[in-house]
Write a protein that binds this ligand. Structure first.
Ligand code: AMX
Length: 468
């Protein structure tokens, strides 16, 4: 009871911690314990629609920021122009999924028997409902995704006929586009479904899509880098990540644990990043979830976004080839400066929103410290982590010199034998499906309209702000 007598002016950091743990407990107690995710959502959607309707009615004219000329030319950095329910990115603290940080998710979300890392199923449940799921709910999701995993034969044929020199991300995006033959939303729309029911069919597509992407991704891996045979069937008694690693052809339980962590932390990074925004934008035209997700994948395939994980490993390997396996600090520094002077970016460093080390980097570093502390490439990553930020700061223009998620992931994958760097962004894409599909279901539940911001020409802009 004494907790409730604390006055706001006297709330200390330790009080805040107690209150935040209390709110976690209260949220867990009030969470729906049904294992039927759609039924849980069906209760939440009307309440949320009402809450937002009232908010818009009362505060629709309130201002949330200003737009400057610099923002318009500067990639819209800092413009608050989107609503994304699933996660929020704090520049200093990093991502919070429905209010929970990565360490909190690692603690709270259900794990596989004997495992230590969170199951991505649990993160999806959290992203889409806002509630931390229990073990039964997560198990039900693993089973449901396994049961929805089959691919139509035309997609299998298409995958099997791609040339092996087609980048895995192009294969991924093409196959996801072709999967739209299965879209329940597209069929319902052409049959005249009422707009109040959009979210329900988008939910069906989202669940199918999440179930199918590991099968698509594993087929791409086996066709491109192995003999193309033996991907095997999805096992409904296994979790989503365990099925994926098995289909990829990996039997190390530690690699599967890495994959659970990897697929959890790459899932969502609020709404404005290229892949999430692309899915939201294309989805706003009522393109079905497959077409929308393919758009997101095409954005993820860019070197300044998801392809950076491939670029980082190529960069580290190039450095090792030029300087040896364990180069001196001075040599590494010189190599970084050469890269910058030749007009290239240092991949894996910097971020449009973050201003500190990415917690997704930190948790992968912790995984490495636990499982591969003496790996030479991990040591090089640690060395680069020490050397790059001061160099980037010295350039005087980089706003965030700290490592992002992509600075670390390839090193972990290499250690477990996944050496095919061109494949890394596909793993990112499989994970990203969780966040963007949860977001898309809410986009339709909240009736977001077609996205169409206003643009101006430079002449018009000059006239408007400078009167000429
Ligand atoms: N290496 C070299 N230069 C960098 C840099 C880096 N890692 N990060 C930023 N800069 C440069 C920019 O190119 C820009 O230069 P310019 O003025 O000559 O055009 C200047 O610093 C200012 O940029 P910024 O405001 O700090 O960054 P941004 O918001 O424009 O871009 C990002 C963010 C991520 C594209 C950029 O930091 C970058 O290119 N990093 C390397 C690629 C990378 O790791 N991408 C992955 C990001 C995470 C993800 O999406 N998966």
């Amino acid at each position: 009871m004494s907790l409730f007598r604390i006055t706001t002016s006297r709330i200390t950091e330790s009080h805040q911690k107690v209150l935040s743990s209390l709110s976690v407990v209260l949220r867990a107690i009030s969470a729906d314990s049904s294992t039927d995710l759609k039924a849980v959502l069906s209760k939440k959607v009307p309440a949320e629609q009402e809450r937002i309707k009232a908010f818009r009615k009362n505060y629709g004219a309130s201002k949330v920021g200003e737009v400057t000329v610099e923002m318009m030319y500067g990639g819209m950095r800092g413009i608050k122009g989107l609503v994304c329910e699933t996660s929020v990115l704090d520049p200093d603290e990093g991502i919070r999924f429905r209010g929970y940080s990565i360490p909190e998710c690692q603690k709270l979300l259900p794990k596989a028997p004997g495992g230590e890392e969170p199951l991505p199923e649990g993160l999806f449940w959290l992203l889409i409902t806002g509630d931390v799921p229990n073990e039964a709910q997560v198990k039900a999701l693993s089973k449901e995704w396994a049961n929805r995993a089959s691919l139509p034969s035309h997609v299998v044929t298409m995958l099997n006929n791609f040339p092996s020199n087609l980048h895995p991300m192009s294969q991924f995006s093409c196959a996801v586009t072709a999967l739209n033959s299965e879209s329940k939303f597209a069929k319902a729309y052409s049959a005249g479904v009422h707009k109040s029911k959009y979210w329900e069919v988008v939910y069906e597509d989202a669940m199918d899509l999440i179930a199918k992407v590991p099968v698509v991704a594993a087929t791409i891996y086996r066709n491109t880098f192995r003999d193309g045979k033996g991907i095997g069937a999805v096992d409904p008694t296994k979790d989503w990540s365990a099925n994926y690693t098995q289909m990829l052809g990996y039997d190390s339980p530690e690699f599967t644990e890495l994959m659970r962590l990897y697929l959890t932390i790459h899932s969502d990074h609020e709404g404005g990043n290229v892949s999430a925004h692309a899915v939201h934008l294309v989805g706003s035209a009522l393109s079905d979830p497959y077409l929308s997700f393919a758009a997101g994948l095409n954005g993820l395939a860019g070197p300044l976004h998801g392809l950076a994980n491939q670029e980082v490993l190529q960069f580290l390997k190039k450095m090792q080839a030029a300087l040896g396996e364990a180069p001196s600090d001075d040599k590494v520094k010189e190599f970084i400066w050469q890269t910058l002077k030749s007009g290239q970016v240092v991949p894996g460093f910097g971020h449009a929103v973050l201003r500190k080390t990415d917690p997704r980097y930190t948790c992968q570093r912790e995984f490495a410290l636990k499982h591969l502390p003496n790996d030479p490439l991990f040591k090089l990553v640690g060395q680069v982590y020490r050397i790059v930020p001061p160099v980037l700061l010295e350039t005087g223009k980089v706003k965030n010199p700290w490592p992002n998620v992509d600075a670390h992931s390839g090193t972990l994958l290499q250690y477990y034998g996944m050496t095919e760097m061109n494949y890394y962004t596909v793993l990112f894409g499989v994970s990203r499906a969780l966040g963007v599909m949860a977001g898309l279901v809410w986009d339709r539940a909240l009736g977001f309209p077609i996205e169409r911001p206003k643009s101006l020409s430079t002449d018009l802009l000059m006239k408007q702000v400078a009167g000429k």
